[in-house]
Structures are given as structure tokens and as C-alpha cells.
Design a protein around this ligand. Structure first.
Ligand code: A2P
Length: 285
């Protein structure tokens, strides 16, 4: 937790500051719903918005960003390259298309969404390496302030690092009580790669867990807040998602309480839910 500053940011290994809680938008429908959710998130204090081309809501997310009236440089916006695209030129084109849909001039963070797409399964390491060259180009030219990956296990990361000039700044993986992915997290720690946690609430399933609810009562917080604070105290960056105004606000109210070391240990041992998403090695897309 030592790298959390009072302002609520982490520092990536290239010195870029990243707000330490992000607003996730997976499954948020495009158009007005996405725009309203983003506006509400920004009004509630979020400055970090996470989308992806496959979420099919970049247009709505971009509209929300503009309609919020927030200064662009005060926000941190992430998008991701989908699995149907690999290769240098193809990646640059896909990035450009995301930027146009969002109607932005630059992104703060761009991620390779999954390591082993079905379309490139036999040659995925080579395909990722070509794509990474394009990511490095985008970084060098200032179209993006940081680059990273998502759902990469150590085996995928090792393949990429064989030819990478820039080590990814971020790996966004499924991470929550009951699914802590120690190998992937250990690899990231060793290479100073920030772990972002998708589905930090176990896709909502953790909120019924009796232990988390008991701890919530102890700290006078919700089970969701206990999960998110636990994630922060482990030094990771949670990306909770919600379309419910009260919950959007609640999920950011994490900085005026701390979980004791003993209770951190209790949460570490919870086996309430395992993986809720796909296996990066064998995803069916
Ligand atoms: P909703 O969008 O209807 O508010 P995760 O981020 O782990 O994928 O979990 C997302 C799910 O958890 C969504 O179904 C969301 O519902 C729900 N959720 C998000 N924040 C909270 C909260 N503070 N309390 C209860 N449910 C929440």
C-alpha cells in the first residue's frame, strides 16, 4: 500500500500518475446509458474511466466524458485492442478507430485485451509482438501516455518481453477475494507492472458472502467497499462497475477507513468464489 498517495493515485513505471480506482464500463450499454453512467461517475469524483472496443460503448463513454464538462487532462481514459486485430498496421488502425469513437485526441492507457485470441491461437506470441511494436510507436508519438496488457499470465508476458522495448506498465486481470492469481501478480510485482483488478466484486457474487458482510458491519461499510479497500491495500487498482448512482458513489468512498492486517489475512483466505470470467489460456474468443 506504500505507493498509494494521499491524492489517490499510483505511479506507473514510466512516472505517469494513474487514479487508483477506475470506473469500469463492461456491459454498460452504449448511448445514453453509458453517457449517463460516465457523467454520474465523474460527478461523483471518478477521474479514471475504463472502456474497450469490444464493450461497444466507446461512443457513449466519449459523449459522457464531453458532457461532464471535465477538463480532458484531469481524466485518465483507458481502452483496449480487441482479439480480431493483431499486427503493426492493423493495430494502429484499430487504435485510431477507438480514438475516433471516443472523440478524443489521445488515450491515457491502451491495453491488449486478451493474450491468446482464437483468430491467432497458433501464432499468438508472434502476433502479440508485432502488435506491441505498434503500441510502442503510439507511446513514443504521444498518442497514448501508457501501454499495457490485460489477462496476461506469466507465459504470455514472457513471450512479449522477449522483444519488447517497453515493459508493459499495466496488466489488467480478474482479481478479487477467492481469485487472487498469485503467479500473475508475482510476475507483475517483479517487473513493476501495476495490477488492475477487473470484476473486483467477483461480478457482484461476493456481495452475498457472509464473512465480507460481517467485516462490512465491523467497519460500518458495505461488503463492496470492504472488497475494494482490500484490493487497494494489496497495492492493486480496482475497476468496479455499476450503473446504479448510489453504488457508483459508494464504490469510491474507500479512503477514510483501513482494514486491519488481521482482517486482510481473513479476506486473503476466503474461497467464496473462484474465477468468474474466462481462462486467458483457453478463452473461446
Ligand atoms: P449494478 O451495475 O446493477 O449496480 P464487478 O465490478 O465485480 O464486475 O461487479 C459488478 C456487479 O456488481 C454489477 O452487477 C453491479 O450492479 C454490482 N455492484 C457494483 N457495485 C455495487 C455495490 N456497491 N453494491 C452492490 N452491488 C454492486
Amino acid at each position: 500500500m506504500e505507493n498509494i498517495k494521499l491524492t489517490g493515485t499510483y505511479e506507473l513505471h514510466n512516472k505517469v500518475e494513474i487514479p487508483c480506482v477506475g470506473f469500469g464500463t463492461w456491459q454498460v450499454p452504449d448511448g445514453e446509458t453509458a453517457a449517463d453512467a460516465v457523467i454520474h461517475a465523474i460527478e461523483s469524483g471518478y477521474t479514471h474511466i475504463d472502456t474497450a472496443s469490444v464493450y461497444h460503448n466507446e461512443i457513449g463513454v466519449g459523449a459522457g466524458i464531453r458532457m461532464s464538462g471535465a477538463a480532458r487532462e484531469k481524466l485518465f481514459v483507458t481502452s483496449k485492442l480487441w482479439n480480431d486485430v493483431r499486427g503493426y498496421e492493423e493495430t494502429l488502425k484499430a487504435f485510431d478507430a477507438s480514438l475516433k469513437r471516443l472523440d478524443l485526441d489521445y488515450l491515457d492507457l491502451y491495453l491488449i485485451h486478451w493474450p491468446r485470441p482464437l483468430a491467432f491461437r497458433d501464432t499468438y506470441q508472434e502476433a502479440n509482438r508485432k502488435t506491441w511494436r505498434a503500441f510502442e510507436h503510439l507511446l513514443e508519438k504521444g498518442y497514448v501516455r501508457a501501454i499495457g496488457v490485460s489477462n496476461f499470465l506469466p507465459v504470455h508476458m514472457e513471450g512479449l518481453l522477449k522483444s519488447a522495448r517497453v515493459v508493459p506498465m499495466v496488466n489488467q486481470i480478474e482479481f478479487h477475494p477467492g481469485w487472487m492469481q498469485p503467479e500473475a501478480v508475482g510476475f507483475c510485482r517483479e517487473h513493476k507492472i501495476l495490477v488492475e483488478a477487473w470484476s473486483p466484486l467477483g461480478s457482484g457474487k461476493l456481495l452475498e458472502d457472509p464473512q465480507l458482510n460481517r467485516l462490512g458491519q465491523k467497519y460500518d461499510r458495505s461488503a463492496a467497499q470492504v472488497c475494494l479497500r482490500w484490493c487497494l491495500q494489496k497495492g492493486h487498482l480496482p475497476l468496479p462497475k455499476s450503473v446504479t448512482p448510489g453504488r457508483i458513489k459508494e464504490n469510491l468512498e474507500l479512503f477514510d477507513f483501513a482494514i486491519s492486517d488481521e482482517d486482510m489475512g481473513v479476506i486473503d483466505k476466503l474461497e467464496c468464489v473462484g474465477r468468474t470470467g474466462s481462462d486467458p489460456e483457453n478463452a473461446k474468443f
